[in-house]
Design a protein around this ligand. Structure first.
Ligand SMILES: [Zn+2]
Length: 150
């Protein structure tokens, strides 16, 4: 949590709103005077009174996360007034899809290269045409007499 209010320094919200930062100010733990942009952005997008109402409605241990979400959304909304966070999310989703495809292609290459490597390591015995799958049955399976009576 942010450091508690210094008596001589009003929080960024109270400084911006030109009011006295009283003890127990709902903004002061989340809007330190060192970071005035955070409050300015949140105020531009959501309005100080809405933020104050919201902070009073939620449990104190959730307020910091709520303020950080509001600050993130406000910043995104100022950069991209149409899509806000959704713009950033869809860019990241496209990036994930692209990287997933790249990973799949690389894994396929790896499998291809490692199976080529195995072919080189297998001693080439004459005329032996066993399948690559070690669990597959040899081609002459069935010519053995098993003496098995079900
Ligand atoms: Zn304050």
């Amino acid at each position: 949590m942010a450091s508690s209010t210094h008596p001589s320094a009003p929080c960024a919200a109270c400084k911006f709103l030109r009011r006295k930062c009283i003890q127990g100010c709902v903004f002061s733990p989340y809007f330190p005077p060192e970071d005035p942009i955070k409050f300015t952005n949140v105020h531009k997008i959501f309005g100080a009174s809405n933020v104050s109402k919201l902070l009073n409605e939620i449990a104190p241990h959730q307020r910091e996360d709520a303020v950080n979400s509001l600050a993130y959304e406000a910043e995104a909304r100022l950069k991209d007034p149409v899509y806000g966070c959704v713009g950033a999310i869809s860019v990241l989703q496209r990036q994930v899809l692209r990287l997933q495809k790249e990973l799949d292609a690389t894994n396929a290459d790896l499998i291809r290269f490692s199976s080529n490597q195995n072919t080189f390591n297998i001693p080439q015995s004459s005329g032996n045409n066993y399948p690559q799958n070690p669990h597959a049955l040899p081609p002459n399976y069935g010519t053995y007499s098993w003496n098995y009576d079900p």
